[in-house]
Design a protein around this ligand. Structure first.
Ligand SMILES: Cc1cc2nc3c(=O)[nH]c(=O)nc-3n(C[C@H](O)[C@H](O)[C@H](O)COP(=O)(O)OP(=O)(O)OC[C@H]3O[C@@H](n4cnc5c(N)ncnc54)[C@H](O)[C@@H]3O)c2cc1C
Length: 463
């Protein structure tokens, strides 16, 4: 059994900066990440360096700092945490075996995944998330298609559209569901984060220069094709994102990248027994935290997008804060010193948050997004459950995600609901006209990740 001072789950900007900060205060840290290298989503390094673009310099910087602290930071790549149990015991699957960790403190820095609502045609080959297209381009230098429509909401669409242009792809259009006017007001909120504003303007300029239309207040209502996507139909939407299908237009495309923001990965926090709160403004259920980023379970901290989607800069700052707070909690740093070193971090966070919250408000998901399904639309891909089955279950009395799950098997497949539960929960809330929080969430049971029987059989037993 490994017994580091601090076990960091997730090697993105939050996890790396936490381990760096904590190890500099004398803690022995282990970072566990299921990816093939450190970096998380934004700083994912290329797997084919000859074909993929240069890795992000900030990501390289963090990776180098971790390497320089190799005597105090152990890195476990390709290792997935599949369970967290009482007494801070953490089960990690590595190929065909399980290793048990018994750290003195745990930091959950598990990031977020993309949110994709179901709509007719969304399961066709060629429909993917913007993040998936980005991974193809960023890590392997592979273009996802020849004619691509990028749709959904949020600034991430602009980032991906530009990366696709760089990869030589024809971007047919960027379709942003929210209206243009609130975007024009962003400089009022973001004047304290000029870097982010300039980035956004740079993306828009690049798209304009390449002749890519960025159309606001439009949503993809369906994708069609025999064996893969051939055309994408989109329509203007009202303030609540209900589409006016009489004004639909179709685009010829072989790829549709569609994503409506991110959902925090809070399953480990839930399994550990941390109190969660529903925060639609930052993506959904997140662990409740105090000022020191402590969850309600002693010894467990949480930082980054997994505790509320706020972007890579906030994730890195939160990680640093959590790493130092863990050092304080384990007696490696006194509180007076902590209060001194946290001041500049708090100041930087205060500068970034207004811009972030303004973006969250603009891109907040509206109820019309749940109106895209028809009776035959698959809502759970793993178990092949159609919307009509979920709706019938609701009409028969199911009023929460867990009851819909039990009666229809949504979320019981290989992905354990990671892909479908956020959208099914919204569909249930829409049908019942109740707040999302009332619909509840699925349970988080081990194993959280698919593991081999070998890994389960070799789980170390205690006592
Ligand atoms: C697909 C995708 C692409 C993105 N691209 C961009 C971009 O181009 N530009 C931008 O500004 N922002 C981008 N973002 C947002 C940005 O990546 C995040 O804001 C930022 O990375 C958050 O950092 P983090 O450390 O909190 O989480 P992440 O960077 O997501 O890191 C979390 C890490 O935890 C690991 N992990 C999670 N669960 C487990 C487990 N059970 N066991 C082991 N490891 C686990 C994951 O493998 C991951 O490496 C993207 C987000 C996503 C989801």
């Amino acid at each position: 059994m490994s017994e580091p001072d601090l076990l960091v789950v997730g090697g993105g900007p939050a996890g790396m900066s936490a381990a760096i900060a904590a190890s500099r205060r004398g803690l022995r840290c282990t970072i566990v990440d299921e990816g093939f290298d450190l970096g998380g989503q934004i700083y994912r390094p290329p797997t084919s360096p000859l074909r993929a673009p240069e890795p992000h310099p900030r990501g390289e910087g963090l990776r180098n700092e971790v390497r320089a602290l190799a005597d105090r930071i152990e890195v476990r790549k390709g290792s997935a945490v599949w369970g967290i149990f009482e007494g801070l015991r953490v089960a990690v699957g590595v190929e065909d075996r399980t290793e048990l960790f018994k750290p003195r403190a745990v930091l959950l820095a598990t990031g977020a995944y993309e949110f994709v609502p179901p709509f007719p045609g969304w399961t066709l080959p060629g429909v993917m998330t913007p993040g998936a297209a980005q991974i193809l381009v960023k890590t392997m230098g592979v273009a996802p298609g020849k004619r691509v429509v990028v749709a959904g909401t949020g600034p991430f669409l602009l980032v991906v559209a530009c990366q696709l242009l760089n990869a030589g792809v024809k971007v047919v259009a960027v379709l942003e569901a929210s209206r243009r006017a609130p975007w024009l007001a962003l400089p009022f909120h973001g004047f304290r984060s000029p870097g982010l504003l300039l980035d956004g303007l740079g993306y828009l300029a690049k798209l304009a220069f390449a002749g890519v239309p960025v159309r606001y207040g439009r949503m993809v209502v369906s994708a069609a094709g025999d064996e893969s996507v051939r055309s994408v139909t989109h329509a203007p939407v009202d303030r609540d994102w209900f589409p006016d299908r009489s004004k639909s237009e179709a685009e010829e495309a072989d790829t549709l990248c569609v994503g409506y923001g991110f959902v925090p990965r809070a399953e480990l926090a839930q399994m550990a027994g941390c109190a969660l709160e529903m925060r639609p403004d930052v993506g959904g259920w997140v662990p409740a935290r105090d000022r020191d980023l402590r969850t309600t379970v002693p010894g467990i901290f949480a930082a980054g997008d997994g505790s509320g989607v706020a972007g890579a800069l906030v994730a890195e700052l939160e990680g640093r804060l959590a790493g130092i707070a863990a050092a304080v909690s384990l007696g490696a740093l006194d509180r007076a010193e902590f209060n001194r070193v946290r001041r500049p971090i708090d100041r930087q966070l205060a500068r970034l948050i207004p811009m972030r919250r303004a973006l969250d408000r603009i891109s907040a998901i509206q109820p019309g997004l749940s109106s895209l399904v028809d009776d035959r639309t698959t809502v759970c891909r793993c178990e092949e459950v159609a919307w009509s089955e979920v709706r019938d279950s609701i009409r028969a009395g199911s009023s929460t995600y867990p009851t819909v799950k039990v009666s229809t098997r949504v979320g019981m497949g290989a992905c354990q609901g990671r892909f479908c539960w956020p959208s099914v929960a919204r569909l249930v809330a829409g049908e019942l006209k109740c707040p999302l929080a009332d619909v509840g969430q699925g349970s988080a049971r081990p194993p959280l990740r698919p593991i081999t029987l070998g890994a389960l059989a070799t789980s170390p037993r205690e006592g």
